[in-house]
Design a protein around this ligand. Structure first.
Ligand code: DGT
Ligand code: CA
Ligand code: CA
Length: 577
């Protein structure tokens, strides 16, 4: 990847900051900043200028030395001068520069005077009021630093729901064991089943003498206690996950649970309904405005009841029509994990899985499923050891043999076939015709234009053998953006052609996304909740697909993989025919 102007400028700015921390000659520091500014103001790509043999020293603020560094950066992607600075200045000091309000001058002063090298030392010093005593800092700055640190940390990253669950559930189990603790629930986006969460919001009810706060901040995984009061505490776990614990009175529990489950848009709508009925609704309960008397709030259901609504499942609480649907008596009967009968996207060690077909089938049976489809990768996906025609033909025979031998589970013959750049499928029709189902997937060329990407997928769906579009947006949460494709058009095409879309349960995918699930449902397109599993534990991931389906308003009837094997075969035939 060639380096461009902005990256060169950023390198110079960084050098200036590091030099300033080192107490270098201020003229040198300024020279780097000036060069960065000069480059940002250029109307022309530096690479082009270099190619055309233009003399860079004619640019304002660029001398011989800097011109040489620019050339070095353009050609090699870095400069030895910055590498050297990186070795000299502790990396943690550089991290401090990212805190708003802290420039190199202040970072230097903190280092010199208080020996502060890390974010944590900075925070500790700020809490103890030591920073406001330094020249050039005041109480206000100190406060701002504390706020910036908190914001910086929480904005740093969101956690995959699945990852938050691995930390959150053991913590809940631990809290439940504490003396005097009654109820413990994770509220917030976690309870709404969102695919990523910013932090965990735990609510608890306890007897008066419970040491729950002490036990919470003393939990083994706690890295840092941000605050601790008698009913509220915030900590960071070693994983970096922030957890808030609130202890609420038993008769406020429902109101608090509703309030802290959110989301905000939903809460606002509920409060407004309350106002219309002369009720004030907050995290403590439901109160009559005229005399302040508490009328409800012990259970969540009582909060909804107070505004004339049935219980609305957390996954629907987005403020996107669920309240109107509840008023009209049209809330969906959401699909549950127990409704699933099969999984149509499972890998074996023939491609990139790590278990045999038989092992996968037995694990699925153990999990209560009635059928799975083995859908290993096709030949173009070389990094995943995709199958060619010969290996797929062998696999088909192996599945026939296994189906004769195994009871209580049926293995379908599938393939996760690459959708090539032009929309062709990675196998000839003769091969596809031998399969029970074909899962088409985009694994390459993620950056095609919207028009090309849409056309590519529609063309793939034109194949009469096409059954399910896998992970339709191809996103990887916190890693890769969704492809740019006209999803409403693709959903419409799925309806026209009688094929299906996947809800992929991999924690990083969870794709098709909630709003498009809702659209698919309205269009009558069935969704296939699949694990895309690569090991025998994969069926445990199906809960994530169910969360996504529920957030997308899906009922049992809307999900292909709730069908019995017999009905499923009928559905698949209608796409193949
Ligand atoms: P997250 O943590 O970013 O994944 O998202 P949430 O939804 O868990 O948000 P969080 O942790 O900031 O707050 C938890 C819930 O508390 C939120 O969904 C609704 C409620 N809440 C927080 N702040 C407010 C507020 O200012 N007004 C109202 N009505 N509700 C709030
Ligand atoms: Ca949260
Ligand atoms: Ca929170």
């Amino acid at each position: 990847m060639p380096v461009h102007n902005e990256e060169v400028a950023a390198i110079f700015d960084e050098m200036a900051d590091l030099l300033a921390i080192q107490d270098a000659n201020p003229f040198r520091v300024r020279a780097y900043h000036n060069a960065a500014r000069s480059i940002r103001g250029l109307g022309k790509d530096l690479n082009k200028m270099l190619e055309e043999g233009e003399d860079l020293t004619r640019l304002p603020g660029i001398g011989k030395d800097l011109a040489a560094k620019i050339a070095e950066i353009l050609i090699t992607g870095h400069t030895k001068a910055l590498d050297k600075l990186h070795q000299e200045v502790p990396a943690t000091l550089e991290a401090l520069l990212k805190i708003p309000g802290l420039g190199p001058k202040r970072v230097k002063s903190l280092y010199r005077n208080l020996h502060i090298k890390t974010l944590k030392q900075l925070e500790n010093a700020a809490r103890r009021g030591r920073i406001q005593q330094l020249p050039g800092f005041g109480a206000k700055t100190e406060q701002r630093i504390l706020e910036s640190i908190a914001a910086h940390r929480s904005s740093e990253r969101r956690f995959l729901h699945h990852v938050a669950r691995q930390y959150g559930e053991p913590l809940v189990a631990y809290l439940k064991e504490v003396h005097g603790v009654k109820e413990v629930v994770i509220a917030g986006s976690y309870r709404r089943g969102k695919e990523t969460v910013g932090d965990l919001d735990i609510l608890a009810t306890t007897r008066e003498d419970s040491p729950v706060m002490e036990q919470f901040v003393g939990y083994d995984e706690v890295d840092e206690v941000v605050s601790k009061g008698s009913t509220r505490a915030t900590v960071f776990l070693r994983s970096g996950l922030q957890v808030d614990l609130r202890v609420v009175a038993q008769n406020s529990f429902g109101a608090a649970l509703h309030y802290f489950t959110g989301n905000k848009a939903h809460n606002i709508q509920i409060r407004r309904l309350g106002q219309q009925r002369g009720l004030k609704i907050n995290e403590y309960g439901v109160f009559r405005v005229k005399d302040g008397k508490r009328v409800n709030g012990k259970t969540e259901a009582s909060v909804f009841k107070a505004v004339g609504l049935p219980f609305i499942p957390p996954e629907l609480r987005h403020g996107r029509g669920e309240i109107e649907a509840a008023q009209a008596g049209h809330l969906p009967q959401l699909v549950t994990l127990a409704d699933l009968q099969g999984d149509l996207h499972v890998h074996s060690h023939a491609s990139d899985g790590n278990a045999s077909i038989e092992q996968m089938a037995l694990a699925a049976r153990q999990h209560g499923l009635k059928y799975i489809a083995i859908s290993d990768h096709s030949k173009s996906l070389r990094i995943a050891h995709g199958l060619d025609e010969n290996r797929l033909a062998q696999q088909i025979e192996e599945i026939d043999r296994l189906n004769e031998r195994l009871d209580g589970i049926t293995i379908l013959k599938g393939s996760e076939v690459d959708i090539l750049e032009d929309g062709r499928l990675d196998f000839p029709e003769g091969m596809l015709a031998q399969l029970d189902l074909v899962i088409g997937a985009v694994h390459s060329k993620f950056r095609l234009s919207r028009r090309q990407q849409t056309r590519r997928i529609l063309r793939a769906m034109d194949s009469k053998y096409f059954s399910i579009l896998a992970h339709p947006s191809a996103r990887l949460l916190e890693e890769r953006d969704p492809i740019d494709a006209d999803m409403p058009r693709i959903i419409e095409a799925a309806r026209e052609r009688g094929c299906f879309l996947e809800i992929n349960s991999q924690p990083q995918r969870l794709d098709l996304t909630d709003t498009y699930c809702q659209l698919a449902r309205e269009q009558g397109v069935l969704l296939s909740i699949n694990s895309d599993g690569h090991s025998t534990h994969c069926f445990d991931l199906l809960y994530g697909g169910i969360n996504q389906a529920r957030r997308g308003w899906l009922e049992k009837e809307d999900v292909l993989t709730t069908r019995s094997l017999q009905e499923l075969r009928k559905q698949l035939k209608s796409t193949m025919g």
